[in-house]
Ligand binder design. Structure first.
Ligand SMILES: Cc1ncc(COP(=O)(O)O)c(C=O)c1O
Length: 388
């Protein structure tokens, strides 16, 4: 099988000697554990880099995006049986993180502007809830300002699952910085990567302290961990190590350049395709906020989306669905009686449609002119056939 032209990978494709040297330094220093000395570690420095880049006061590196979600939920004080309203159009981890804390994920229907259907959301808030998790998409930061207004009106917390969306903005503001806490993933397919990893960002010292202790086995630490001091709790081990952060510091230093290249590539494609015929179907247009990571097309049916995926495959181009069903339609969720019907709430009909009809063409920063020409040609072919 020939290699696909546009794999769903970004920072991972840009790894070079800089990351190798950074990892080498950590190994030569013989201190991979972030708290191995009382000194400032590479992971501390990475957290400072994140604070500088995203204009937040606190950042905590952890070992995955899923861990970041669990730690963020713990930080806001989620208890067993709490209702947590989450986007129905997301990766399973958003729901399983809630379940891991004994809480109940309530799926909220999807919306293309706000990420969550505001009517469905407010209906469910009125039944009582502890928090909302809004999920930004790869290539799209939603305008969650109306959700922040609901948070203020009802006194609940908002966590942004920006696991896929590092660097995306809405009207100039970074995803992950609107709510009480934002979480990001550094798994291989994310904008920047160290294979596995995550980070939590917040402007709340209180949430940061709980998050830091919880992710460090519940201890309060100077150099040695203590479970006797005030603030200690029963925690878990979700720590990031210095090899992960060494890679991530270099990756983060490349993110602006990568995004510049991605946007240029997207502009190149837009100049070559019959843009007027599809511009209404593109949900992440080129604007100051776009990172150029992909083109998200909303097709008019599952069948049309299937045709696009198949024809692309024949040209060694990947067109894919972000998720092929709302998370609650996976059998594991049905087994746990966590579908809208089980939870006695409105159906998430738009999420079910979107999961079928929304497709993504990844635009990794390594694309060459020939690749851009092939992708443009395919898109024009799909437009002419009426599939796009
Ligand atoms: C929306 C969303 N949330 C959470 C996660 C979990 O992140 P990780 O794989 O780093 O645990 C992912 C990863 O794909 C994701 O896409």
């Amino acid at each position: 099988m020939e290699e696909i032209i546009n794999p769903n990978e970004y920072g991972g494709l840009m790894i070079d000697n800089q990351e190798v040297e950074a990892v080498k330094q950590v190994i030569l220093n013989e201190k991979i554990f972030r708290y191995a000395t009382g000194e400032e570690s590479c992971t501390d420095l990475f957290e400072k880099d994140i604070c500088d880049k995203f204009g937040v006061q606190y950042a905590l590196g952890v070992n995955s995006g899923t861990s970041a979600l669990k730690v963020a939920l713990k930080a806001i004080g989620v208890q067993p049986k709490d209702r947590i309203l989450i986007s129905s159009y997301t990766f399973l981890a958003t729901a399983t993180a809630v379940i891991a804390l004994g809480a109940i994920p309530i799926p909220i229907d999807f919306d293309l502007n706000y990420g969550l259907n505001l009517k469905d959301l407010e209906n469910e808030i009125k039944k009582g809830c502890k928090a909302i998790i809004v999920v930004h998409l790869q290539g799209k930061c939603f305008d969650i300002r109306p959700i922040i207004k609901l948070k203020e009106k009802y006194g609940i917390s908002v966590i942004e699952d920006a696991c896929q969306a590092m660097g995306t903005k809405n009207k100039g503001k970074f995803s992950g910085t609107f709510g009480d806490l934002g979480v990001f993933s550094f798994q291989q397919n994310k904008p920047i990567t160290c294979g596995e990893g995550g980070v939590i960002v917040t402007n709340s010292k209180e949430y940061y302290n709980i998050a830091r202790n919880y992710a460090d086995m519940g201890s309060v630490r100077d150099y040695y961990p203590s479970w006797d001091k005030e603030g200690a709790l029963i925690g878990d081990n979700y720590r990031m190590n210095n090899i992960q952060s060494a890679i991530l510091r270099v990756q983060l230093s490349k993110i602006n350049k990568m995004q510049e290249v991605q946007i240029k590539n997207k502009e190149y494609i837009f100049k070559r395709i019959k843009i007027d015929e599809v511009k209404e179907k593109i949900i992440n247009k080129i604007s100051d906020d776009d990172t150029g990571i992909n083109i998200l097309f909303l097709t008019s049916s599952k069948e049309k989306a299937d045709i696009c995926i198949k024809e692309a495959k024949d040209c060694n181009i990947e067109i894919r669905r972000l998720w092929n069903k709302p998370y609650y339609l996976h059998q594991v969720m049905k087994n746990e009686k966590l579908t809208p019907q089980d939870l006695n709430k409105d159906a998430c009909t738009f999420a079910e449609t979107i999961a079928n009809n929304l497709i993504s063409i990844s635009l990794p920063p390594t694309l060459k002119n020939d690749d851009l020409e092939s992708i443009s040609k395919l898109i024009n072919q799909l437009i002419e056939e009426g599939s796009l």
